[in-house]
Design a protein around this ligand. Structure first.
Ligand code: GAL
Length: 660
């Protein structure tokens, strides 16, 4: 770990909001670059990310370097006052690499090689790949480290690959030796007494490849941990190279939202700037909520300002049906990210490609060009961001409630051979988040072992596996006066995916007032279960309460008639089903009120969101109908300069940024 104070996003923003995106000028003749710059300036673009997929252009033959085109671009950007986030191009190796060095190609669990011709065809475990990646990174850092346009480094792109190859297996063994020390410890952790899986030699251990029937779940869990760690090693190696050359510049790599392959808590500690790519579906009625969830999570990982590294100005090209963004939605969702602490609003990509796999993915300049609605709206947004930038940066968003999330719990709980294949961890998380969002409660995310004492309310939608430290943390939190609400399938297993005695950790059962957990009664997809207050979905449980617990809702009818659905012991609540949306919202609003947590603003109409960033109040209308919102007091709307007293009128997808 490096020592000393690391640069932050503030060093790149310097009191402005960054606005721009991935710029792939190598796809265009040089005349177009000059038009690009004119349009960028008109739209107040102040930051572009260069080089993300430029490896074959920079190194057309092994060891060759073609920097001339990038030199000209760096100068062009600088001459026009546009900062450059320079990417290492290591997400897409040139064809010669796979051709000359097949060991750089990843292999899937069925033994099939992932060939070049797409992207991300690199094995995180390949020594050859790592050597080439380090060399090009060294040379980029040496050549551009002092360039005045350079503001930040962007390592690779969306680290998301897997590899089951022999070279990965060798590294997996090494990783396992570090984790367990001895084979006995590994056999114990993996429960290899089951199905005759005991290992007698490290060489017998492989990556969890295609198997006849269910795989060893702890082996699979460790493989996911290993994969996240290998990718992190690749990232850290490149990061350390650019840090040595430019210790004053921040380094980032872009996360995918709620991506299962990376322990983002762990990764965020290794970044100077946390950034994320976010693509809610414009047609999704819950698009605003799903975006907000990722924004809150990213801010919490960053513990401060963060970067929206990529979004789409219009349609993407990777859904079954790809919808454009209706007028105003791009601005609304961009300002929503700013409200939640983003100091950068960027896109994939600047100019929509005419060739290649993403030619039908939008850009800030669409195929319709300068006259197109997409660019016109981008230009308007650029002006908005320039207007509010100085006021917004330096002010911070903070939630009143912590939602706990952990990748290891997700990985452990997402295995085959579990009680219900219908339970999808991200879906459960989204359902709980939605309830809090609709109740207008401001949320952060936290890891189950984080210090939670600053929060009056902690919400655990689902943490299937918990370490002893996490369990102790939750208990200490409640005993210290905090309120905890916890959903089903929490605390079932330990970090080796070994079921805790009693089917749920005894300390947690005591905390929630669960005397015995007899059976889980998972529900079919469309099935519901009645309680005396609401209808539950997805899951139900046969539990018996202890004498000091109170039953807040009970199942009605069926096998579970009269048994607790929602249980409470003091300030600890347990919800053994997934209440329908309005019911979960009502429940969480009630618990929040009891815990002394207030909504961001009272009396907000449905579909209107209020977010505080410092003393600024962002009010966002996610609906197409105009609304009038009560905002007691006198404010200035930073977007219009108008004085707003007690009420603000917002049109379709309208936004106000109110300063007291
Ligand atoms: C991201 C990726 C970009 C582009 C974009 C399309 O996952 O980083 O390069 O492919 O998706 O939505």
């Amino acid at each position: 770990m490096p020592t000393g104070k690391r640069p932050t996003l503030d060093d790149a923003t310097r009191g402005r909001l960054l606005f721009g995106g991935d710029y792939n000028p190598e796809q265009w003749p040089e005349e177009t670059w000059h038009e690009d710059v004119r349009l960028m300036r008109d739209a107040r673009v102040n930051s572009v990310t260069l080089g993300v997929f430029s490896w074959s252009k920079l190194e057309p033959r092994p060891g060759a370097r073609e920097f001339g085109w990038l030199d000209r671009l760096m100068d062009l950007m600088h001459d026009n006052g546009i900062g450059v986030v320079l990417a290492t191009p290591t997400a897409s190796p040139p064809p010669w690499m796979g051709h000359l060095h097949p060991d750089t190609l990843p292999v899937d669990q069925d033994g099939r090689t992932e060939w070049w011709g797409g992207r991300q065809h690199f094995s995180h475990s390949s020594a050859t790949y790592r050597r080439y990646a380090a060399a090009i990174t060294e040379d980029l850092a040496a050549r551009y480290g002092d360039h005045p346009a350079l503001t930040m480094w962007h390592i690779n792109n969306e680290y998301c690959t897997y590899d089951w190859s022999d070279e990965a297996a060798a590294r997996f063994r090494h990783w396992l030796r570090n984790r367990y020390g001895t084979l006995d410890a590994l056999n114990e952790a993996w429960g290899t007494a089951f199905w005759s899986q005991g290992y007698g030699d490290w060489a017998e251990i492989h990556t969890p490849r295609h198997a006849h029937y269910l795989k060893n779940p702890t082996q699979v869990l460790d493989f996911r941990r290993f994969t996240s760690d290998m990718l992190l090693e690749c990232y850290a190696a490149e990061r350390d190279i650019v840090r040595r050359a430019t210790p004053h510049l921040p380094v980032t790599t872009n996360f995918m939202p709620l991506w299962s392959g990376q322990d983002a808590w762990r990764w965020a500690e290794e970044e100077d700037v946390v950034s994320v790519d976010l693509y809610p579906d414009p047609r999704d009625p819950l698009g605003a909520q799903s975006g907000a969830l990722v924004q809150d999570m990213t801010r919490s990982q960053a513990r401060g300002p963060w970067m929206l590294m990529e979004q789409a100005a219009g349609p993407v090209n990777w859904r079954g049906v790809n919808h454009p963004k209706p007028r105003g939605l791009n601005r609304l969702w961009s300002l929503q990210a700013v409200a939640r602490g983003a100091d950068a609003v960027c896109y994939f990509q600047w100019r929509q490609s005419r060739q290649g796999a993403e030619k039908f993915h939008s850009g800030m300049v669409s195929h319709a060009g300068e006259e197109g609605r997409t660019y016109r709206e981008v230009k308007q947004l650029g002006a908005d961001l320039a207007r509010i930038g100085a006021e917004v940066t330096g002010r911070h968003t903070a939630g009143d409630i912590a939602i706990l999330h952990d990748w290891h719990a997700w990985w452990a709980g997402a295995q085959d051979g579990r009680p219900s294949g219908e339970v999808d961890h991200p879906d459960v998380l989204r359902a709980w988040y939605r309830a809090l969002w609709e109740a207008h409660l401001a949320t952060d995310f936290a890891h189950p072992e984080h210090d939670l004492t600053a929060y009056r309310l902690v919400v655990v939608p689902q943490l299937y596996a918990l370490t002893d430290a996490a369990i102790d943390n939750l208990r200490a939190y409640v005993h210290g006066g905090g309120t905890l609400v916890c959903g089903f399938l929490t605390g079932v297993a330990d970090e080796d995916d070994r079921v805790r005695p009693g089917g749920m950790d005894a300390r947690l059962r005591e905390l929630f007032g669960i005397r015995t957990l007899h059976e889980w009664w998972p529900l079919e997809r469309e099935e519901t279960v009645e309680t005396d207050g609401f209808r539950g979905t997805l899951w139900s449980e046969e539990i018996e309460e202890s004498a000091d617990a109170s039953v807040e809702a009970a199942y009605m009818g069926g096998e579970l008639d009269g048994l607790p659905a929602v249980l409470r012991r003091g300030r600890a609540w347990y919800v053994s089903t997934l209440p329908e949306p309005a019911a979960l919202r009502g429940l969480l609003a009630r618990v929040a009120a009891d815990a002394g947590v207030r909504p961001v603003l009272d009396g907000l109409p449905d579909g209107v969101e209020a977010v505080r960033r410092g003393d600024l109040l962002f009010v966002l209308n996610h609906g197409r109908e105009p609304v009038t919102v009560q905002v007691p007091g006198t404010h200035t709307d930073l977007l219009t300069g108008a004085t707003v007293t007690d009420t603000v009128a917002l049109g379709r997808y309208g936004v106000a940024v109110l300063r007291p």
